[in-house]
Design a protein around this ligand. Structure first.
Ligand code: GLU
Length: 442
């Protein structure tokens, strides 16, 4: 394959959420796997709704996820290119002015529906004479512009969905330029995809119908048509769309709740695919396996519980170097390896740091036994074999199993459960261990 050029094209009109991130991730993985280029394109032609803070948020989220981009383009910087392409389509007779008001269009739409006919735009504007247009403009009407579709079946072999066909005869000619002269995304996207030589358009399934008209726009502008891949949408456990809840599924929100970027990527890359959801220690593990053929056609179910579980499983495998800079308190590699298996979020490490560092108030279940245990603590230096050696000696008291181990854990950590004591004990050290066993805060 020639090196692909792909883009992620969010509109900076809101926060990125798991739905958009899935498209970003697949584009990025596909580019990485094939030695290609991943471009960030901000679809910010909607001047009213696009906000610099959302643009900054998008960049921060992508950086956090580890999805780096080769270059950033903003549609608002490229208006002259759209003007040129618009004029070209007008000259070719593929873009034509229309003067209907939204009310007139709505009236016609309802009439067609009541006649049991599809509500397709009737191209009445194509029948206007120069004199008609002059009169309408004299009345103060400004035209919006529609792309004249060719009445044929558009076909493409979708990377995800397989062979697709859309009968453009059953579609309305799409509006590409509004009456105020601003452009619609479906047009600016094609102009940019041509300008940046995009080879693969990978995006959500909600754009499938757009693709039919967009393919005709590529052709009308004499450009090569890229490959298309449409990912199924994400749904919640009830099968409903995630849109209502995007607030809580915003990437920034997940980050704030202590979810690891690798858990977000690990889940989104595998959800709805033939491959199992597994914890990953780096994005490289996903690069090697990304394959559109393994993405199912059905909507993928996203569950926050599954994300939380994967988050914990991810922490359980992360090496010290991957988390060191972010640890709430860095007590060294042995500490990390001891506690990582007991974390739901990285922030939980703070509680175990406190147990190791102290002071904590021990929980005393059986003072006599604990006093005996304190007296038998081996001399330092301690290692991960110390616990075994010490507790084997304590078996002489006749205690075994939970009756032996649980009072020790409670006194040494003040918690019912936790990391392996063999690993914690040397981190706590003899002085604190002895004090705690004797009932003193340490
Ligand atoms: N701005 C569009 C969106 O966010 C981009 C779609 C595309 O990738 O072409 O839906």
């Amino acid at each position: 394959m020639i090196a692909p050029i792909v883009r992620f094209a969010p509109s900076p009109t809101g926060l990125l959420h798991v739905g958009n991130i899935r498209a970003a991730l697949f584009n990025w993985l596909f580019a990485k796997r094939n030695g290609g280029t991943f471009i960030l394109r901000l679809d910010d032609t909607d001047r009213l709704r696009s906000k610099p803070e959302f643009e900054a948020g998008i960049e921060r989220d992508l950086e956090w996820l580890g999805l780096d981009w080769a270059c950033k383009e903003k549609q608002s910087d490229r208006l002259a290119h759209y003007d040129t392409a618009r004029d070209r389509l007008v000259r070719a007779g593929r873009l034509y002015p229309c003067y209907e008001t939204p009310e007139e269009l709505e009236f016609r739409r309802k009439r067609l529906l009541s006649q049991g006919r599809p509500p397709v735009y009737d191209r009445a504007a194509l029948k206007l004479s120069d004199a008609d247009r002059a009169r309408l403009e004299g009345e103060g009407r400004r035209p919006h512009w529609r792309f004249k579709l060719v009445s044929e079946e558009v076909r493409w072999d979708d990377l995800v969905r397989g062979p697709q066909h859309i009968d453009e005869a059953s579609q309305s000619d799409p509006v590409l330029v509004r009456a105020d002269g601003t452009y619609l995304y479906s047009f600016t996207s094609v102009v940019d995809d041509i300008a940046f030589a995009i080879t693969h358009v990978i995006r959500g399934e909600d754009h499938v119908t757009n693709s039919g008209a967009q393919i005709q726009m590529f052709q009308a502008l004499d450009a090569a048509v890229p490959a298309f891949g449409h990912l199924p949408l994400l749904v919640d456990a009830t099968g409903g769309g995630l849109s209502k809840r995007t607030g809580s599924l915003a990437v920034a929100d997940l980050r704030g709740r202590g979810i690891e970027a690798l858990a977000v990527c690990g889940l989104l890359a595998r959800l709805g695919t033939a491959d199992p959801v597994e914890p990953i220690a780096s994005l490289d593990a996903l690069v090697a396996t990304v394959d559109f053929a393994r993405v199912g056609r059905a909507a993928a179910r996203f569950s926050e519980e599954e994300l939380a579980q994967l988050n914990a499983r991810t922490l359980h495998i992360l090496p010290y170097e991957a988390v060191q800079a972010r640890l709430p308190e860095d007590l060294g590699e042995a500490f990390w390896l001891a506690v990582r298996g007991n974390l739901a979020t990285l922030a939980d490490a703070a509680g175990w740091a406190e147990v190791v560092r102290g002071p904590i108030e021990p929980k005393i279940e059986d003072a006599d036994f604990l006093g005996l245990a304190a007296a038998q603590l081996p001399v330092e230096p301690w290692s991960e074999t110390t616990w075994k050696a010490w507790t084997s000696g304590l078996a002489a008291t006749g205690r075994k199993g939970r009756a032996l181990f649980h009072p020790l854990r409670l006194a040494l950590t003040a918690r019912e459960t936790g990391p392996e004591m063999a690993r914690l004990l040397p981190l706590i050290g003899r002085a604190k261990a002895e004090a705690r066993l004797r009932g003193r805060a340490a």
